[in-house]
Every structure is written in structure tokens, then in C-alpha cells.
Design a protein around this ligand. Sequence first.
Ligand code: SAM
Length: 267
Amino acid sequence: MDTRGFQSVLRTIESKLSIQCENYKQDYLERRIQSRMRISKVESYTDYNSLLLSSITEQEAFRNALTINVTKFWRDPEVFDLIKRDIIPEIRRRKKKIRIWSAGCATGEEPYTLALMVYEARILYPDVEVTIFASDIDREAIKKAETGIYLKKALENLSESQVRRHFDEQQDGTFLVKPHLRDFIKFSWHDLMSGKAVTNYLDIILCRNVTIYFTEKQKDELARIFAPALAEGGYYVMGKTEYMGRDVEQLYEPFNPIQKVYRKKGV
Ligand SMILES: C[S@@+](CC[C@H](N)C(=O)[O-])C[C@H]1O[C@@H](n2cnc3c(N)ncnc32)[C@H](O)[C@@H]1O
């Protein structure tokens, strides 16, 4: 490998895109850079570096490639069942306002699933006010999430009646989420590597399938940032393939280890 060329690409990513490369696994960065090189028909790291330095379009394309935003409605339905069946009723016994953060929400399917679930279960907790914060580093993704327009295929995990109740079919055949779901959610741009949470006094943080590309150090750092952002007894929901680092496990206790749900430890 041309180490000098590769390092120069990393320096450009840091200076032009303000992305801290040391927070990402090296082999992941390598694969993303090589994939962009293939697409741009560039053979060497040095040439790719020149392209990245000169082209804002390529800078944005690289940012999108780095933050793959694959997601879907009801991704891992057992987790949503657990939130509905055990977590929300438990929080509700203690308070009337529930604050949830979907951190790394991509194009919005996760926060809209939460909103749909809360709306449909409102009969179980009619007196509870729920606010969902949803954020992502990818501006395109968050714009799409805010717009709330989806192709029919994206709604395949919803029943026909759920689609009718919660979406308006547009003339072009796409589906627009209805205001009664949209109103639960506050969308914002946010970098999880910024050292800050989007807000505090949270009852549930879902940060799923986001840290798979982060280094161990950055993953642990995130768990340290989430703990004070959670209210007492708050829940941290990780992705199915993610795990709590040894250095931070004293901050949380397992709530449902199979579903990767942890609870902030009391003081
Ligand atoms: C695979 S998607 C996961 C979406 C959703 N949480 C789910 O599980 O279906 C990962 C998302 O994390 C976002 N992401 C990656 N790095 C991030 C960072 N530093 N700050 C905020 N979001 C980030 C990406 O832009 C992408 O939208």
C-alpha cells in the first residue's frame, strides 16, 4: 500500500471535511476510500487526494460513503416490542413526559417507527407526552427524514392499514408521513463525535448500528457522553451486533442483554 498517499488522503478528509479519522477503524476508512477511487476511476491515493482537495462534490460523496445510512421501519422488531411492552410502561409509572433520542437516525425510519408505535399504543398511556429527538451527521439523510417521503417498498414492514392511517399517497406514488406522527419528532444535524449529546434528561437513547465503524475508544467515549444525558433510570439501546466496552460497563447495568438494552446505573 502507498502509505504516504493514503496518509495524505486522511489529512485532506480531516481538513476539508472536519472528520476525525482516528475515530474510525483504519480498514473501514481504507475500504470507503478505495470504493470512491473505483467509482471516480482514480488509480492512486495521490490522485484521489488531488480530486478530494479540488472537488466539493467529491467531498460530499465521500462523506456520504463514510456514513452508510441503511435502515428500515421496524428494524429488529423485538427491540420495539420490548420498548412498548416493558420500557415505556416502566418509565410511565415514574413520569408523565418521556424523552427519546434516536441518535444516528439516518433517513428517519427509526424515529417514525417509534412515533408510530407510541401513537398506536396511546390508549395504553393516554396521559403521557412523548418527544422524540432524531439526529444524524449526514445532512442529506436528515433532510430526507424531515421531509418524510418514502417509496412503497420502504413501507413493506407496515400493514396495509398502518400505511393508510399514517401516510398520504402522493400523485407520484410515494408516501408522505402524516403530521400526527411527524409532530412527535424534532430533527437536527448532530455529530456523535462532537463530545456532546443533542439534549439531556433523556429516558431512552437508541443508538443502533452507528458505532460499528467507530474505534473502541470512540465507542466508549459515546457511552460516557450518553450516561449523563440520560435521566435517572434511563435506557441505552444499542444495535444487535454492538456491545458495551469493558471500560464503560460500570456506568450501565444490563436490562435485556440479548436485545442490547442497558440501564444507567444510579448514583
Ligand atoms: C446504518 S445507519 C443506522 C440507522 C438506524 N439507527 C438504524 O439502526 O436503522 C448509521 C447512521 O449513523 C450515522 N452516523 C455515522 N457517523 C455518525 C456520527 N459521527 N454522528 C452522527 N451520526 C453518524 C450515519 O450517517 C448513518 O445515517
